[in-house]
Design a protein around this ligand. Structure first.
Ligand SMILES: *[C@@H]1O[C@H](CO)[C@@H](O)[C@H](O)[C@H]1NC(C)=O
Ligand SMILES: *[C@@H]1O[C@H](CO)[C@@H](O)[C@H](O)[C@H]1NC(C)=O
Ligand SMILES: *[C@@H]1O[C@H](CO)[C@@H](O)[C@H](O)[C@H]1NC(C)=O
Ligand SMILES: *[C@@H]1O[C@H](CO)[C@@H](O)[C@H](O)[C@H]1NC(C)=O
Ligand SMILES: *[C@@H]1O[C@H](CO)[C@@H](O)[C@H](O)[C@H]1NC(C)=O
Length: 551
């Protein structure tokens, strides 16, 4: 087939095609988002599919590609997608959270356009509206390196995507009703891998195949709602090579913990007796572990996988030690995830320290989750739009929480939009202090950060002596173990309105999130792109005249 014909063929028969022109290449996707009836755990329920698929289609791209996703919302509810971990430099306009965007109304389509930068690694997208994430709607994003930038390992025989997460058999609307009425969701019903539950009895079709002697990259994300997971492959060791867009020192592990919202890549070589093996995932820190398997088949191999599944590790101290073993490979020549080159982050002076303390409370008899005494609610007018149109004072107040909440002894919880005024280009330290008995997971949009420490107890400034100021792995989501604290550092050099959220779905939905407003005083195109002309407006800015564009 010559090139023209194959181009036409692709355009006609695929919803994805590549158009190369003098600028950076464009990748076009058309997504039809629908409900479908499926049974991921053997119980028939409503799931959210994209082009009929659950999990949704993969966005497979190369750094600097322009991604254009035309989303048709065929659900009966408003919808938004976020691109978890994609930095959206200068472009919080379509970060896809309710604080940045008006949701896409039912029956309407909207086109997301963004460029992926040098964040070579593994990510996923998911719906942020209502409890849609509990019905699926998620899918993988993989960013490859341009040919000029080598990655620190050989091109694998193949790449496998492994989206693992806990799952409820109750529909997302029922779950939402639980939370709206003030009760919790309780325990998830099971664990699924790429939308399927494996029984570990050898009756499932293989999900992955490996040719003896070859090496494969498995990209694993915890797309779940409530639980950390551990994964392992019978008899095989896992070579960690990437964590959320950073190439790591390539240590070997028997099993790895992946906390909510996190992604990583391992290389696995098919160097064992040719037969079937189980990929095993199970929940961590739960009274009774939920487990699921996927079968890996050696090509030409003979024999079923052993029914003896390797046990998960116990306790969180093991997990903390594993966290400490993750190191950034400083000599890998791949691009840095932080374009400002702040990888000498240990030498930058901290300009602001913000301590985040999570709590579970009741307000008017209903369960709420808070940060420093404030439980966030999304106003009808997205915060970013209110700020841009100059009417923020009608929608929210900046800085209603204190940077150091322990100075304020109070367990009163206020329900209000929670917005921090972050100063453009400040180098900030954020401390997550978890006084609760459950493990937390925190995600920041718009940035990669350096998680410099996780330690038991409470944080004090002299704990900075324990920080890893050399080779912490730059990433976007960090776990905080029970009664522990975690410290992260980042430069607020990406202008926009950025969501900091608990990845635990109940907590995020019931207020454990906030926004960091990072305003460039110049209102210049150098610092922030213009608001897209087609961006839907809602709330009080719906029919307001648009401000003068940046120049
Ligand atoms: C993903 O993109 C890379 C880089 O363009 C390409 O080499 C690879 O074949 C693609 N994989 C799939 C499954 O499309
Ligand atoms: C909706 O989809 C059509 C193509 O079917 C496209 O021309 C239009 O630009 C899309 N609208 C938005 C707001 O993205
Ligand atoms: C780091 O990356 C370099 C360059 O690709 C590679 O040669 C080296 O083996 C890696 N180091 C470790 C400890 O993984
Ligand atoms: C950081 O702070 C120290 C002590 O206040 C000061 O001496 C140093 O010049 C500062 N470094 C930078 C890069 O601003
Ligand atoms: C936000 O912080 C900047 C710089 O610190 C300050 O100039 C500005 O007045 C603050 N804005 C609000 C609304 O507090």
């Amino acid at each position: 087939m010559n090139k023209l014909i194959s181009f036409l063929f692709l355009s006609l028969f695929s919803t994805t095609f590549v158009l190369i022109n003098s600028e950076d290449p464009y990748l076009f996707y058309t997504w039809n988002v629908n409900y479908a009836t499926q049974s991921p755990l053997g119980v028939s329920q409503k799931v959210i599919t994209i082009n009929g698929q659950f999990p949704g289609p993969r966005i497979n791209c190369t750094s600097n590609n322009n991604i254009v996703v035309n989303v048709f919302n065929n659900l009966d509810e408003p919808l938004l997608f976020t691109w978890n971990g994609i930095q959206q430099r200068k472009n919080s306009w379509l970060d896809g959270t309710l604080g940045t965007n008006c949701p896409i109304p039912p029956g309407v389509n909207y086109t997301y356009k963004f460029q992926v930068k040098d964040q070579i690694g593994s990510y996923y997208y998911y719906p942020t509206t209502a409890l849609h994430r509990a019905a699926g709607g998620y899918g993988p994003i993989t960013i490859h390196s341009r040919e000029l930038i080598p990655v620190p390992f050989d091109w694998p025989q193949e790449e496998y995507i492994v989206l693992v997460g806990d799952w409820y058999t109750k529909g997302h609307d029922t779950l939402k009703k639980f939370l709206d009425s003030g009760r919790t969701l309780g325990r998830p019903d099971g664990l699924i891998i790429n939308g399927k539950h494996g029984n570990g009895d050898g009756t499932d079709e293989p999900m992955f195949t490996m040719i003896p002697g070859k090496t494969y990259r498995y990209r694993i994300c915890n797309v779940g709602l409530k639980n950390s997971i551990n994964f392992r492959i019978q008899e095989h060791s896992l070579k960690l090579v990437e964590v959320e867009g950073s190439h790591t020192v390539q240590n070997l592990y028997d099993s790895l913990d992946v906390h909510l919202g996190q992604c990583l890549s391992v290389l696995v070589t098919a160097d064992k007796t040719p037969k079937d093996y189980f990929f095993v995932a199970s929940t961590r820190f739960t009274k009774k572990a939920l487990t699921s398997t996927a079968t890996i088949r050696y090509v030409g191999g003979k024999g079923p996988a052993s029914p003896a599944l390797p046990e998960p590790p116990a306790g969180w101290a093991w997990s903390l030690n594993q966290f400490r073993s993750f190191r950034w490979n400083l000599t890998a020549s791949a691009a840095r995830p932080n374009p400002q080159g702040s990888y000498h982050y240990g030498k930058i002076n901290i300009t602001r320290t913000i301590k985040i303390v999570n709590s579970a409370n009741t307000v008017d008899g209903k369960l709420r989750y808070a940060i420093n005494g404030v439980s966030h609610v999304d106003p009808e007018t997205p915060l970013k739009l209110a700020e841009y149109f100059g009417v923020s004072d009608k929608v929210f107040k900046y800085d209603i929480i204190k940077d150091d909440p322990t100075a304020e002894a109070s367990d009163k919880v206020v329900v209000a939009p929670n917005v921090i005024n972050g100063t453009f280009r400040n180098f900030v330290e954020i401390i997550f202090e978890n006084h609760e008995k459950s493990v937390q997971s925190w995600h920041l949009d718009g940035y990669s950060f350096f998680p410099v420490a996780i330690e038991p107890g409470t944080w004090t400034p002299d704990k900075r002596k324990k920080y890893n100021l050399i080779d912490a792995v730059s990433r976007h989501t960090i776990q905080v173990y029970p009664k522990c604290w975690a410290a992260i550092m980042t430069t607020l050099d990406n202008a926009g309105m950025w969501n900091l959220r608990s990845v635990l779905i109940e907590r995020q939905y019931l207020g454990q999130q906030l926004y960091v407003s990072v305003l460039s005083p110049e209102r210049s195109l150098r610092d922030e792109y213009n608001i897209p002309e087609t961006l839907p407006l809602c709330g009080i800015v719906k029919s307001m005249a648009r401000p003068t564009p940046y120049s």
